[in-house]
Design a protein around this ligand. Structure first.
Ligand code: GLP
Length: 240
């Protein structure tokens, strides 16, 4: 794992946008694995600005998101589809038929998981996967478990994950308890991975992920086995 140390969130976002921009400059039809959460928002803003300024052309890429809550539709303001549209795609007028996110309202959820894996395969796999990390070491919604789950699956969200995500909801009880998430297989098959980490509350998870045992109880630790991971972490996230 290659580590890039940066001062703060702004620098992390700057660096991440520059690296992702390099990938897109080399391959205009890159399949980008994308994440939600507060961490990538600054990067998305910078990428959209670069596109709008004519410095980068994002029109040919495909977005494949990691996860979506179950029970919430794409037009619900707390859904991850809505999040992506608001924080990235709408900022530069992206054709959202090129943006893929699991459907949390699918009537047959196991079928939806299979559809999502087949879609990723049909797109030729992921060129660059952007990841954040949960305080408990989750990536996407691959939560701490006894095994690493390979395929897209239904995830039961940890209490800690629900507590961390409660800030987006009016009442903590409103946070969904389940989500659909891309599995470890598609993430690890990505040609390149960019892990973004900011803030002291992620410091322990980052340290364990980078230097601890490879253990499904800390899902991000699997990234040690990937040949092309760049971690961009700020001072607060590196304090452990
Ligand atoms: C969320 C998402 C993850 C994200 C993580 C951290 O629950 N499912 O993909 O990386 O938690 O979120 P944040 O960036 O807001 O800290």
């Amino acid at each position: 794992m290659k580590l890039i140390r940066v001062k703060n969130y702004e620098e992390m976002s700057e660096k991440a946008a520059a690296l992702l921009g390099e990938t897109v400059a080399k391959k205009g039809d890159s399949v980008l694995g994308l994440a939600t959460g507060s961490t990538p928002v600054g990067m998305y803003q910078r990428l959209a600005d670069a596109h709008n300024a004519g410095k980068l052309n994002l029109s040919g890429v495909c977005g494949v998101n990691l996860d979506e809550y179950i029970g919430i539709g794409g037009d619900h303001e707390l859904s991850y589809r809505y999040f992506m549209s608001k924080n990235f795609y709408s900022l530069f007028g992206f054709d959202e038929s090129r943006a893929h996110i699991p459907n949390g309202l699918a009537a047959d959820l196991p079928k939806e998981c299979d559809r999502y894996d087949a879609l990723i395969e049909k797109l030729g796999g992921i060129d660059l996967q952007v990841l954040g990390i949960g305080r408990n070491g989750h990536i996407g919604f691959n939560e701490p478990d006894e095994v690493f789950l390979k395929n897209t699956h239904i995830a039961e969200l940890d209490e800690d994950t629900r507590a961390a995500n409660a800030r987006f909801f009016e009442r903590p009880a409103d946070v969904p308890s389940k989500a659909l998430t891309m599995g470890i297989g598609a993430i690890m098959a990505a040609k390149e991975i960019l892990l973004l980490v900011s803030g002291s509350e992620k410091a322990q998870a980052l340290k364990d992920a980078m230097t601890g045992d490879i253990d499904p109880r800390l899902p991000a630790s699997i990234l040690q086995l990937h040949p092309n991971v760049t971690v961009i972490a700020d001072e607060a996230a590196l304090q452990k």
